[in-house]
Structures are given as C-alpha cells and as structure tokens.
Write a protein that binds this ligand. Structure first.
Ligand SMILES: Cc1ncc(COP(=O)(O)O)c(C=O)c1O
Length: 399
C-alpha cells in the first residue's frame, strides 16, 4: 500500500495537514469499518454469554490479542489490553510488589506518564533515581550503570522520546538490566507501529504502548506486555467480573493471566478495531513505514533547520518521526495557532507532558517547543507547506 492509498482511507486528511501523530493518529476506514461491523452485527459482551453473537464478540476480541502478540513478538498470555499507555504503566507501578527502600531508575527525558507513576511510589518509601539525558535527549547507558546499586529493582526508559523524538538504546539497556538482575520496563508509546518493536529483542519484562498512536488503532486502546517470567508477580488493579474463576462469600480465586487483569466490560469495539489496524499495518509493511518515516524526518529536520531564527532540537541522525523546534522569541502556542489558522496545519505546542525533558533540552524558558510528528500518511508536499509557512512566520515574528 502506498501513502496515497492510506490517505484515501483517512478522509480527515483532505481537510488538514495532520502533523500530530505523537498525540494520536487518525483512524483509517477499515479500522472504523471493523468497529461498525461489531456495533451493527454482533454488539455483545465478551467472555460471558453462550449465545452466538457473544461467542463471536469474544472470538473477534481475542483475535486482536493473537495479532498484536505476533506483531510485538510475545505470547498471547503475556498481553494485557488497557485503555492507553498510561494505564499500562500504572498497572506495573501499582501492581508490582515494590517495597520500602527499593529504588527505581527513571531518566529525566520521560513523558509524565512514565515518571509520575514512579514518583507516586515515593509515599510508600520507594526511591526514584533520576538519570539525566544529554542535551539531545539521549540517555547514556553508562550513566544508568552508575545509578545501579543494591536497592534498584526496576529500570525504565522510553523507546523514543515524545518531546524531541530521540531514539534510546533500549537493547543495550536491556542487557545492562539483565546483567544486574533488574526488572526492565520500556515505554513504547512513540515506537509501536512506527518501527520494529520486538519485546524479546529488547529483553524487557514490561512494555507499555498505545493502540491509538503508531498502530493506527482507535482511541481508548493500549496494551501492556508482561513477560511470563514475572506476570504471576503482578497484582491486578481492577478486580471484579471477568477476573475470577471461583468466588465464595469470603474469598475468590483469580482467573488465569491475562483475564485476571481485564476486569469489567472491555473496550470491545476498540480492541476489534485495533485488530483491523494491525492487519492494516501489515498490509502497508513496517519496513516501508520505517523507511518513509526516516526520510521525511530527515527532510523536515534539515529544511526547518535552514530557516532563519529557528532552533531545532535533537541530533538529526538519532531522531525519528518527531521534530521539535521554536522560532526565536516566539511562544510555541502562538506558532502552532498561526500554522493552523494559515494552512490548517495541526502540530502540538508547549511542554508535551514532559516538563523535565523540555528543561533538559533547554526549551523551558521558551514555553516548550512546537512539535511536528508524522506517520506513513504524511507527504513531502505537506512538509514543504509546513516549511514555507514557518519561513513566513519567522520573517514576521522572529527576533
Ligand atoms: C512517550 C509517551 N509515553 C506515554 C504516553 C501516554 O500515552 P497514552 O496517551 O496512550 O496514555 C505518551 C503520549 O503521548 C508518550 O508519548
């Protein structure tokens, strides 16, 4: 499938230049159709009824687990559906048995969703050791090694930084975690569906990700991969219907994994849509997505960098699908508003839910950055329009 074919499946892209994939991606028609098919033809609950449409709903829901497990290279019973990445990370921070005196290593480049769940454990006496990234948003594995001592239980890091797109050496860090017998968690919010995500290669115990960003699934979907090695040590956080096999008035026995983690009625339509999204990505081909992304990122970075009065963040050879920049002396929200008003360009501005990361790259005083983020549906032409519009804005408004 070509970029033009994907664009034809997303009518919304005729109206706007959508450069905010890092927040969420528009949903292609076959994904919406799969959800409509559920609503129109077998809208029943999963894991409960014996009647045919309920059985069909369960089987379609579970098919997504099989597809996603294959996509990230794990087994189906290592995959838990969540409503987003944040919920997946919180399931680990709250559901794992961390004890007073334990430490967690977290870089300062993280999205708040992979920082606050850990900082929140401080009230239980758990230490959080923050490791600084460099000015390009990259974490040096040596600095992580330095932070390891006998109190450290878990090391976590994002795969690709959401603020400037910096790719982190997650495989190398996985080896460090293994050598030091640490639990290892990767936040794949900006890599899943954008590049190969092989949880076994990364050697992580936990990988959290969204369905609604790079995977092109609908909002309200996400996942947690939890390795078989540790899944029985993870406590569910949402007890109730669907999580038990035996109940008395005094006690209960949890069902097997992963059902025990998916309490209550799930986002059935969303998960079925996510299954269609995985089929869709496979139809395009992840290698093609990656090649397209790398080329457009490089082009976007170098053309924006050439504009007078513009600061671009990150090292061009190590960023992917995300470019952060500022026009000197101009607030990032003002730039984003003008881009929208002039050419219907949708970019995010501000701190990107990553205040420490924005401080680290030196953009805090400027009120954050403007962030353009892409996927396979974006074109060279769209990047050219972004660059042209930025040139005009920078002439009028820049220092
Ligand atoms: C790196 C990173 N982690 C976590 C999140 C939170 O993702 P979600 O909205 O799926 O909870 C985001 C969202 O942008 C992100 O970029």
């Amino acid at each position: 499938m070509k970029t033009a074919d994907v664009r034809a499946d997303i009518p919304f892209l005729k109206e706007v230049i959508y450069l905010d994939a890092a927040s969420t991606t528009p949903t292609p028609k076959p994904v919406v159709d799969a959800m409509c098919n559920y609503f129109y033809k077998f809208n029943s609950n999963t894991g409960r009824g014996a009647y045919r449409t309920a059985v069909k709903a369960t089987s379609e829901f579970e098919k997504t687990r099989i597809k996603l497990a294959k996509f990230i290279n794990c087994s189906e019973n290592e995959l838990i559906f969540t409503k987003n990445t944040t919920e997946a990370i919180n399931l680990v921070s709250n559901g794992f048995n961390f004890k007073k005196g334990d430490s967690i290593i977290v870089p300062n480049i993280e999205h708040h969703s992979n920082l606050i769940p850990w900082l929140n454990l401080k009230k239980k006496g758990i230490n959080v050791k923050i490791v600084e990234a460099d000015q390009y948003g990259v974490v040096d594995p040596e600095d992580l090694i330095e932070a390891i001592d006998e109190t450290v239980r878990l090391l976590t890091i994002t795969h690709v930084s959401n603020s400037i797109g910096a790719i982190q050496p997650v495989e190398e860090i996985g080896k460090i975690a293994e050598e030091n017998e640490l639990l290892y968690m990767v936040d794949a919010a900006q890599s899943a569906g954008h590049m190969e995500l092989d949880v076994k290669k990364i050697n992580a115990h936990f990988v959290a990700g969204p369905g609604h960003k790079g995977l092109l699934g609908p909002v309200g979907t996400g996942f947690l991969y939890c390795s078989q090695q540790v899944i029985n040590d993870l406590q569910p956080q949402n007890f109730g219907g669907g999580t038990v096999v035996q109940v008395t008035e005094n006690d209960f026995k949890l069902s097997k994994v992963p059902a025990r983690f998916e309490g209550g009625t799930q986002n059935i339509a969303g998960v079925i849509g996510l299954g269609a999204a995985i089929d869709y990505l496979n139809k395009i081909g992840l290698d093609k997505i990656e090649k397209h992304g790398k080329r457009l990122t490089k082009m976007m970075f170098s053309e924006i960098e050439d504009i007078e009065n513009i600061i671009v963040y990150g090292r061009p050879e190590n960023i992917y699908d995300i470019v952060g920049f500022n026009i000197s002396g101009v607030n990032s929200h003002d730039v984003a508003k003008i881009l929208d008003e002039q050419r219907s360009i949708c970019v995010r501005s501000g701190f990107h839910c990553a205040i420490p990361a924005i401080k680290q790259i030196g953009a805090f005083e400027l009120g954050g950055t403007v962030r353009a983020s892409i996927h396979y549906y974006n074109t060279d032409e769209e990047i050219k329009i972004l660059v042209e519009t930025l040139e005009e804005i920078s002439k009028f408004l820049g220092d």
